[in-house]
Write a protein that binds this ligand. Structure first.
Ligand code: BES
Ligand code: ZN
Ligand code: ZN
Length: 504
């Protein structure tokens, strides 16, 4: 989809459909909607008077222009009550509209910046949200069903033109469009990686895809092989890889926008390309979902592409420890003790709590590389779904300031987060009788998501660190607003905002 900005009168736009909007309770439309209404000799006002258009949120009314305007159709999108309309609503509206326009007759769409008129929302934020919504809403993963696709499935919009009446605002909108485009493209890249089944995305293939992303964005990339991990003493990460026939890969991508020492922030993502549970094997039902146990890795890898495109003055490193978790003959067994890169020993009581094991060494590596802040993102626990459902993801931290930064960054991306406590009383949950710590909590004591974070905390040590458990939100069974079916790309835009927030 080509996205353009043009100055002029929306009623004069050449497109297959023009989208204007209406807030609930407005009886005589002004601005762009008023201009289109006049061009249509008052059709929109008459439909409002008839009660057919009410401006309710989600309402979509298509009007055929019958030669009164260059465009053959107008859509009046209801925005709901103006006081309830915000940037998240703009993004979701845009995504839903693009989805509703999936038909071969619609190729070129013209729209105004919804919400920036009587909605009084920030112009740049609105324009960015429209682009994000459009690009995210258009996303579908159909790579493996090409033979059975119908015309509507194949259909893609050719162009989206944002028409602005006031020419002095065009440059602001153009900058916002570029930002929204990079952020949404990165999110779709993460979705593509996560939606790929595990036989099409082994750690080796994920490393190859990361190399292609890095090459496209002119970023430095390094892939550590098993031998490299061995020489660095990454016994925790390697213990997870032992049961698999696929070699593990630790992917590092660096962006030096400031050119300083070390990194302002490291983004660390869990990359289990398939999680069977290992010897502590998972039940058969829904195990296929574990092909997406690498959405953390997908997020940090994809985010780097957008960070490079946006070019903030900040130094960022993405680290993705990638492996399968399989119950092979050489697999780690419950009770085994392994040693992480920082010398800490770990008693592995449940081989299905593998995400924390790969993250432990990746966090150590981030510190070795000179990371001054660490944000890890992982599908770490099923328990977070019980706590927060698919509405929000959990944040845990050893540093309130960094956590606040992440919360602000996520909120700007339209992602809801919720802080879970790190009370010292939880420390006991990861104490082991035989090693420095164990990888699961004591059976029945609950707090599974916090226990995951408590396991990681000593590896971060004094370095400010935030842990994001995205296991409840990274996949969706339905399309809704900017959220796609399958992999959602949650955390990608938040991480880009986090990195940009460190820019000097
Ligand atoms: N990848 C899973 C967590 C998960 C579960 C993600 C469901 C998405 C949906 C993780 O590796 C895991 O298995 N965690 C265990 C930890 C337990 C053994 C302490 C869990 O949540 O049951
Ligand atoms: Zn697991
Ligand atoms: Zn897992």
């Amino acid at each position: 989809m080509d996205i353009r900005v043009s100055a002029g009168d929306i009623a004069a736009a050449q497109a297959d459909v023009i989208i204007v909007n209406l807030f609930e309770g407005v009886t005589s439309p002004g601005g762009a909607t008023g201009a289109v209404d006049r061009a249509l000799d008052g059709t929109i006002s008459r439909l409002i008077a008839l009660g057919d258009i009410r401006g309710r949120s989600g309402e979509v009314t298509t009007i055929h222009t019958d030669g009164k305007m260059p465009a053959p159709r107008v859509i009046v999108a209801g925005l709901g009550k103006s006081e309830a309309f915000d940037i998240d609503a703009v993004r979701n509206l845009s995504a839903n509209l693009v989805r509703s326009l999936r038909k071969p007759a619609i190729k070129d769409v013209a729209t105004v910046v919804h919400g920036a008129g009587i909605g009084a929302l920030d112009l740049a934020a609105c324009a960015q949200a429209i682009v994000e919504g459009a690009v995210l809403g258009a996303y579908r993963f159909q790579r493996h069903k090409a033979a059975t696709l119908r015309d509507d499935d194949r259909h893609e919009l050719v162009s989206l033109t944002i028409v602005e009446h006031d020419a002095t605002r065009v440059s602001t909108i153009e900058a916002a469009v570029a930002r929204g485009r990079s952020m949404a493209d990165a999110t779709n890249t993460a979705r593509d990686l996560a939606n790929e089944p595990s036989n099409h995305l082994t750690p080796t293939m994920l490393a190859d895809r990361a190399r292609a992303i890095a090459a496209g964005a002119n970023l430095e990339i390094e892939v550590l092989e098993r031998e490299d991990m061995e020489s660095k003493g990454m016994g925790s990460l390697l213990s997870v890889a032992k049961g698999s026939a696929q070699p593990p890969k630790l992917i590092r991508i660096s962006y030096k926008g400031r050119g300083g020492e070390g990194y302002d922030v490291a983004l660390v993502g869990k990359g289990i390309t398939f999680d069977t549970g290992g010897i502590s094997i998972k039940p058969a039902a829904n195990m296929d979902a574990m092909k997406a146990d690498m959405t953390g890795a997908a997020s940090v890898i994809a985010a780097m592409g957008a960070i490079a495109a946006l070019g903030p003055k900040v130094d960022v490193v993405a680290i993705a420890p990638c492996t399968e978790n399989m119950p092979g003959g050489n697999a780690t067994k419950p009770g085994d003790v392994v040693t992480a890169m920082n010398g800490r020993t770990i008693e592995i009581l449940n081989t299905d709590a593998e995400g924390r094991l790969v993250l432990a060494d990746a966090i150590c590596y981030a510190k070795e590389l000179g990371a001054r802040n660490i944000v890890d993102v992982a599908t770490l626990t099923g328990a977070v779904t019980h706590a927060l459902g698919d509405v929000a993801y959990a944040i845990m931290t050893n540093n309130d300031e960094l956590a606040s930064r992440v919360e602000v960054a996520a909120s700007a991306a339209g992602e809801k987060t919720w802080r879970l406590p790190m009370f010292k009383e939880y420390d006991d949950f990861v104490k082991s009788d035989v090693a420095d710590q164990k990888n699961t909590g004591t059976g029945g004591r609950g707090a599974g998501t916090i226990v995951g974070a408590k396991f990681l905390e000593p590896f971060a040590g004094d370095t400010p660190w935030v842990h994001l458990d995205i296991a409840g939100v990274d996949m969706s069974s339905s399309e809704k607003g900017w959220v796609s079916k399958g992999a959602t790309g949650y955390s990608v835009r938040a991480l880009i905002n986090v990195a940009a927030g460190f820019a000097s």
